[in-house]
Design a protein around this ligand. Sequence first.
Ligand SMILES: [Fe+2]
Length: 94
Amino acid sequence: MDAIVLLKDDHKTVEGLFKKFEQAGEKAYAEKRRIVDKFTKELVTHAHIEEEKDWFPQVRAAMGRKELQELGERMEAARAEAPAEPLAVKSAAQ
Ligand SMILES: [Fe+2]
């Protein structure tokens, strides 16, 4: 499994859960609780994979400081363009 594909699949999973939450009835409290619990578990697992499993140090070693700084600047600029609506994220449309 390609690491980027794996991380993007996680994003799709979270976006799918967000869709389910939005589509759940207003009073579907138990269903919404279950979705939020799964959502939280998915996000914690995703952060763990990225931060504790040597993913970031490996990327840092492979890319080097200058390239990472340039990428960081592009990400910071993209942050300002991010939609407020979760389902407007590109991977949510796939
Ligand atoms: Fe991510």
